[in-house]
Design a protein around this ligand. Structure first.
Ligand code: 13P
Length: 336
């Protein structure tokens, strides 16, 4: 088994998933403002360190995606943040794209940037302890979108990124996020997501990426957030599995979903349904940002020194996600 495949499996196996704590300073500021906490470097670190030193890190979190600011910070215990994460058995990771910018030629859409100077940045992150990385492409759905141009150019960038990451001894997370904003149906989400993912693998294969040493981070198949035709969790699981079976090469070891605006409970319930029906060899787990952090952030904002209470809240969420990744979640356990 290759070293990269080992890393991917260590992150995703045994009821573990990924904590996506890689919000850029701009996004983190928005999140903190929404709960009336000032977005200082110290506050951003305090919240994140509180999560990273929680008990559930050992059992439920196989990897943590960090932002550039955090990977270079020290924890209270004088360990670096990557050392703190590794001490609980989880693997530190890093977001390496520099954000989604207007796509020239289709200005309503976005292209993710960050390839210039990436090789040098990857070497630095490896030295800091990162063993996996993330790059997120975003696509919106409407009659005309995503365009062929956005599907192709984002897939090309994801492939060039993945090849560079593997060259530097790390596992790339490939994240093509088809946004849930809009009135579209689940069938439309299925069609567009399938097209997007297929193009990503076409490009990854062209760029000689070893698929066994990658992780896919896709959206689930949902109807648009403004659609009147919501589908139930069984249908979500059915369509999500059909989409992934039809578009992901079997060499890929695992799939870690983003939560993408689902509530914490929906994200756990839908992942659970997917695992109850999973008839593939792919591990199906979580790489959640909001669906792991939302209630912990709310709790913490009431008293930022209440570390224990914040950790208890996070531990519950992490446990719900871990159970869902094994098809063992239920409404009753959720309430406890
Ligand atoms: P959400 O789970 O909040 O969508 O965040 C996951 C992520 O990392 C988006 O890039």
């Amino acid at each position: 088994m290759s070293e990269l495949n080992n890393i991917a499996l260590k992150i995703l196996s045994n009821g573990k998933g990924i904590l996506a704590a890689d919000e850029s300073t701009g996004t983190m500021t928005k999140r903190l403002k929404s709960v009336n906490v000032e977005s200082t470097k110290e506050n951003r670190l305090l919240f994140r360190e509180t999560l990273f030193s929680s008990e559930s890190m050992k059992k439920c979190i196989g990897g943590v995606i960090l932002y550039d600011e955090t990977i270079k910070q020290n924890s209270n215990s004088k360990k670096t943040i990557p050392e703190l994460i590794s001490s609980s058995g989880a693997i530190p990771g890093i977001k390496v794209d520099t954000g989604a910018k207007v796509l020239a030629g289709s200005p309503e859409e976005k292209i993710t940037e960050g390839l210039d100077g990436l090789r040098e940045r990857l070497k630095e992150y490896y030295k800091l302890g990162a063993r996996f990385t993330k790059w997120r492409a975003v696509y919106k759905i409407s009659n005309d979108y995503p365009s062929k141009l956005s599907i192709y150019s984002n897939a090309h960038a994801l492939a060039r990124y993945s090849a560079l990451v593997q060259e530097n001894g790390m596992v790339p997370i490939v994240e093509p996020e088809v946004l849930m904003d809009g009135e579209h149906s689940a069938e439309e989400c299925f069609n567009k997501t399938s097209e997007v993912i297929k193009k990503c693998y076409e490009e990854l294969i062209k760029h000689k990426v070893d698929l066994k040493g990658t992780i896919l981070k896709p959206n689930m198949i949902l109807s648009g957030s403004s659609s009147k035709n919501n589908i139930d969790t069984k249908k979500i699981a059915e369509l999500t599995l059909k989409c992934l079976k039809g578009s992901v090469p079997t060499e890929v070891p695992g799939i870690a979903f983003l939560s993408g605006g689902q509530s914490e409970k929906e994200a756990a319930k839908n992942l659970n349904s997917i695992n109850l029906m999973n008839d593939t060899n792919f591990i199906m787990t979580y790489s959640y940002g909001r669906a792991l952090q939302q209630s912990a952030l709310k709790f913490w904002s009431k008293d930022i020194n209440n570390i224990k209470g914040t950790q208890d809240t996070f531990n519950h969420r992490a446990k719900m996600c871990s159970l869902a990744s094994q098809g063992k979640w239920s409404e009753d356990i959720e309430k406890k």
